[in-house]
Design a protein around this ligand. Structure first.
Ligand SMILES: [Zn+2]
Length: 320
């Protein structure tokens, strides 16, 4: 029989991605929508997805050793508790996700950590970061998450290391989702980009097809796909917004580089993955004028695992 397996779960606000890993190889996977009804339903869905992924890998739940979960928000990893997550239903207040999943899996060990930290772990060990020792991961999605690996170790600090999304790129600038102004995320996070687009649209500041594309696709948000489609049509507003995002990313990454002298910066996340290498190359170009040692820039590269980084990293967290 195939196995033993470790399952890695990437629990996101909209989807649950699971991989079943045997050794270092991904053998099976499953993806499903994140329930919006209750935390208990999220637990059931995670367990169902784990079962599916293991089956797809040709195994059974009895061959499963351990489960790792990456979750957005603040995590108390030792207790397996999600302290606060605004993105998953029922987890605004502390929720013992690890123990709940473990109970439904017959007491199997379950470890959890923050989703971005887990994703950078995945990229560092098995993706674009595997040739380096000092790496910054920048995940450009709804927000801008970051993770820092120094001398081969994921930096925790006191729990908040690597938060490049909330470093300052413009004092007094645009309002960030964290409540402060001028953070990188206020310019490069999809959520803040959308807020700016809606404001400009209300003021009729410039012509745009962004919202028509959104309606055509029956979306109620400016998803990464909507933004990418608008860019393909050379939409002026989309181009301006992404141009600002690129400049802000260049500044923040150059600042991190000047402080840490990194070997590589890996750019991923929903928007980063969708816009891909051309976007990443433009970010590298935008960083260059701000580098203190311009003849030794870091390699600024896209992720390799794409949207599997979180699930693979969660499996690594669990020892897979
Ligand atoms: Zn912020």
């Amino acid at each position: 029989m195939a196995g033993p397996f470790v399952a890695g779960v990437d629990l996101g606000g909209t989807k649950i991605q699971v991989v079943a890993v045997n050794g270092t190889a991904v053998k099976g996977g499953s993806r499903t929508a994140t329930p919006t009804t209750s935390a208990e339903d999220v637990v059931h869905e995670i367990v169902g997805s784990v079962r599916l992924a293991v089956q797809q890998a040709g195994g059974r739940l009895s061959g499963l050793d351990k489960v790792g979960i990456g979750t957005p928000g603040r995590i108390d990893g030792r207790k397996g508790v999600v302290s606060h997550s605004g993105n998953v239903v029922g987890m605004m207040d502390p929720f013992a996700l690890g123990p709940a999943v473990s109970k439904e899996l017959g007491g199997l060990p379950v470890v959890i950590d923050n989703d971005v930290r887990v994703a950078i772990l995945g990229e560092y060990e098995r993706g674009a970061g595997r040739h380096y020792k000092n790496v910054l991961g920048v995940f450009v999605g709804t927000g801008v998450g970051g993770g820092l690996v120094l001398e081969g170790k994921l930096r925790e600090g006191r729990g908040a290391a690597g938060e490049i999304g909330h470093t300052l790129v413009k004092p007094g600038g645009r309002l960030c989702s964290c409540g402060r102004r001028g953070c990188l995320e206020a310019y490069a996070g999809r959520g803040c980009i959308e807020a700016t687009a809606r404001r400009w649209q209300a003021k009729k500041r410039m012509k745009t097809e962004l919202f028509e594309i959104m309606a055509d696709r029956r979306r109620d948000r400016l998803t990464s796909g909507v933004i990418a489609a608008a860019l393909e049509r050379k939409d002026k507003m989309a181009e301006k917004l992404i141009d600002e995002a690129i400049k802000a990313l260049g500044i923040a990454i150059a600042n991190a580089q000047n402080l840490l002298d990194l070997e590589a910066v890996i750019i991923g996340g929903g928007l980063g993955d969708r816009l891909g290498k051309p976007f990443v190359d433009k970010v590298a170009e935008a960083a260059r004028p701000h580098l203190h040692v311009p003849d030794k820039p870091p390699d600024i590269i896209p992720t390799e695992l794409g949207d599997l980084a979180g699930a693979v990293g969660a499996a690594i967290l669990a020892g897979g």
